[in-house]
Design a binder for this molecule. Structure first.
Ligand code: NAD
Ligand code: LMR
Length: 332
């Protein structure tokens, strides 16, 4: 018998949406035996454009495609949803009122407000065990705003850092010559921003500690960190638009990782509500090493070692998230 799953996607007519939707219904994300019903959400001015992607999804002929509905009202769309992928929001790199938006944090006041109603709608109308992934930037603090308004602790709110983890794995694979499938336990601590800390002392390259295999501290502390932390900007500069294919891929990876038990010795990366683990103050959406249990619960992996260098890096990203939280205190 086929299972059914209801998946809400906001910003469905945007760049990431275009790369994401076919992969949600191709059988890849939820498995070939699950029918995926899509609830696509856009702003009223754009919602009619969704008919184009709906026709294209039909024309792909995926046997996992269920119903597809277009909405401009998030409260209607969120009804009975198992997964919500909150992509809809403005990317950086564009100019608003004559000012170019340079940093993801500059989007806080522009995008933050979107997540109050979206949180409320999901908290009230989505399933009690719904999983929510915030992609729209600044993802961690937007997720905090959404989760606060959802007021539904049995739902799981995450902010996307899988793309950062994939970027970090790719750089380690290039540097070491090890296959990317052999790079494991890649943790992105903290914020999806230039303060994130991709941790090579807890990552593995073909079964050995990645930083030991690389054996080049100046490459790790300067080149590697800079490349991963600034990769989003590098793509905007090169492409004239923010990452879309790799961002959609990060969202698909998170869906798969959060839907299937995590293998021993591995983790997946996403921002989740801090509970004090690893000395991070409670009440931030913080990038942690996560695992999915056999029962489908998402838990923070405990007991990893952090050296003084890592602790310093964590303090920087903690401070930034505290500042972001302070800047939107009227929204939470
Ligand atoms: P885009 O401008 O191409 O598309 C965004 C879409 O969202 C637009 O179609 C817009 O109409 C829609 N939208 C805006 N407000 C909405 C609302 N209230 N409800 C529903 N839809 C709404 O942008 P994009 O390239 O798809 O990027 C989307 C977001 O994802 C940006 O904030 C970007 O910075 C972020 N992003 C995050 C990551 C990550 O790793 N976390 C990676 C890449 C991009
Ligand atoms: C990314 O990391 O590619 C996205 O967050 C887009 C951006 O603004 O960098």
């Amino acid at each position: 018998m086929k299972n059914e799953i209801n998946v809400l996607v906001t910003g469905a007519a945007g760049q990431i949406g275009y790369a994401l939707l076919p992969r949600l219904v191709s059988g890849e994300a939820f498995g070939p035996n699950t029918t995926v019903n899509l609830k696509l959400v856009e702003v009223p001015q754009v919602v009619d454009k969704l008919q184009g992607i709906i026709m294209e999804l039909e024309d792909c002929g995926f046997s996992s495609l269920g119903t597809v509905e277009a909405y401009s009202d998030i409260f209607e769309a969120a009804h009975n949803v198992d997964w919500a992928l909150l992509v809809g929001s403005i990317p950086r790199g564009i100019t608003i009122n004559g000012k170019k938006i340079e940093e993801r944090g500059d989007l806080l006041r522009i995008n933050g407000g979107i997540f109050t109603d979206q949180g409320k709608a999901i908290g009230e109308n989505a399933k009690s065990d719904a999983k929510v992934l915030v992609v729209g930037n600044p993802a961690n603090t937007n997720a905090l705003i959404g989760m606060t308004h959802a007021k539904n602790p049995s739902q799981t709110w995450m902010a996307m850092t899988a793309l950062d983890a994939n970027r970090a794995k790719a750089q380690v694979s290039i540097k070491t010559g090890k296959a990317i499938s052999k790079i494991k336990n890649m943790i992105i601590w903290g914020n999806h921003s230039p303060t994130m800390y991709p941790d090579l002392d807890n990552a593995y390259a073909d079964g050995e500690i990645a930083s030991t295999v690389i054996n080049d501290d100046s490459w790790i502390e300067e080149d590697f960190l800079e490349i991963v932390q600034q990769r989003g900007k590098a793509i905007i500069d090169a492409r004239g638009a923010s990452s879309a294919a790799s961002a959609a891929n990060g969202a698909i990876d998170t869906v798969k990782q959060a839907s299937n038990p995590t293998e021993e010795g591995n983790c997946f990366s996403a921002g989740i509500l801090s509970d004090g683990s690893y000395g991070v103050p409670e009440g931030l959406i913080f990038g942690y090493p996560l695992k999915t249990t056999r029962e489908g619960k998402i838990e923070i992996i405990q007991g990893l070692e952090l050296n003084n260098y890592a602790k310093q890096k964590l303090n920087i990203t903690i401070s930034e998230l505290q500042e972001e939280k302070e800047a939107v205190k009227d929204l939470i």
